[in-house]
Ligand binder design. Structure first.
Ligand SMILES: Nc1nc2c(ncn2[C@@H]2O[C@H](COP(=O)(O)OP(=O)(O)O)[C@@H](O)[C@H]2O)c(=O)[nH]1
Ligand SMILES: [Mg+2]
Length: 304
């Protein structure tokens, strides 16, 4: 299956929702004020964000619909171009980050969004071309978190640096970087615990990880990727805001796009924060993380 088909399959719930909704709205109708308002409401419900819905409505209303083409096709085209235009500048190629040995990638995000799973899948992508991968098990709150990461390490042939349950996560991160430097690891990916962003002490601990690794490499972490769960809708916006206050976020990975009809949330996040979008999670298996491509995303979202 080609990469576009994977996007199409992963986003099929969202594209079905959008195409059915737009079809119903546009069926044998002219674009009048009423239709425009209904289109705007529908887009807001699809989680693309209030601002995008408004801008799209303006674009729809400024477009002279060619009577020879179905109104729906025109609407799809405008939507798809708009999404590409906003998200294209946010593509970020992971090849550009391998400037260090190791490159340290810190994984952030609240509980259950898919952090540990994403560490595993990302390790697989980065481990191509014989790159050496290590995982730092800095979620020390639950022993189960470490064993979950161990399963992934085995699966994709990565090393894992861990400690006992309850140990200071920052000390695990330090140990992991120390090991990775001495053993020529190319990428160290550090898994963390699910931070409740309103719990100050937990955020402080996250901050501590980012400062402790600097004792070994002043530029570390070289990347901090925030994981967002597409099924949580607009609360993803609050999560970006909370984490950005603690540490600079260098990229977003959105997971569980396969499990929601509201994949438009990526557009809302991209438009608002203009942060690079690294990859999209579209399933639980090791090959279900795909590097972000704006054209694929917008076309897949609009496919029927
Ligand atoms: N459908 C689907 N499930 C996912 C995806 N990513 C993660 N999950 C599932 O979400 C649940 C929580 O994932 P986990 O990595 O443990 O989250 P963490 O608490 O942030 O580390 C697990 O059951 C994963 O299999 C995805 O892209 N699609
Ligand atoms: Mg986890």
């Amino acid at each position: 299956m080609g990469i576009f088909d994977k996007f199409k399959l992963g986003l099929s719930k969202s594209s079905k929702n959008l195409s059915t909704g737009l079809n119903d709205l546009m069926f044998k109708r002219k674009i009048d004020e009423n239709t425009l308002n209904e289109l705007e409401d529908f887009l807001i419900q699809s989680d693309v964000g209030i601002e995008s819905a408004k801008e799209l409505k303006d674009k729809f209303s400024n477009t002279k619909i060619n009577p020879k083409i179905s109104g729906k096709d025109e609407i799809f085209k405008i939507f798809s171009n708009y999404v590409s235009e906003i998200l294209k500048p946010l593509e970020k190629n992971l090849d550009n980050i391998n400037k260090n040995t190791p490159s340290v990638i810190l994984i952030a995000g609240v509980n259950g969004v898919g952090k540990t799973t994403t560490v595993g899948k990302l390790g697989k992508i980065l481990g191509q071309n014989n790159k050496k991968i290590a995982f730092g098990a800095a979620d020390t709150f639950r022993a189960a978190a470490v064993s979950q990461l161990e399963v992934w390490a085995k699966k994709i042939n990565a090393e894992i640096i861990k400690s006992d349950e309850g140990v200071d996560p920052a000390s695990v991160a330090y140990k992991a970087l120390d090991y990775s430097k001495k053993n020529n690891i190319d990428y160290l990916i550090i898994d963390t615990a699910g931070r409740l962003q309103n719990k100050k002490n937990l955020m402080d601990e996250f901050k501590k990880i980012t400062t402790v690794v600097k004792k070994i490499d002043i530029k570390a972490p070289h990347e901090t990727f925030l994981i967002l769960d597409a099924t949580t809708g607009q609360s993803a916006i609050n999560q970006v805001e909370a984490f950005r206050k603690v540490t600079p976020i260098t990229g977003i990975i959105m997971t569980k796009l396969d499990g929601t009809a509201k994949g438009g949330i990526l557009l809302a996040v991209g438009r608002k924060f203009k942060l690079p979008i690294i990859a999209l999670g579209m399933g639980e298996k090791e090959d279900d993380l795909h590097m972000f491509n704006a054209q694929h995303y917008s076309s897949a979202l609009m496919s029927e």
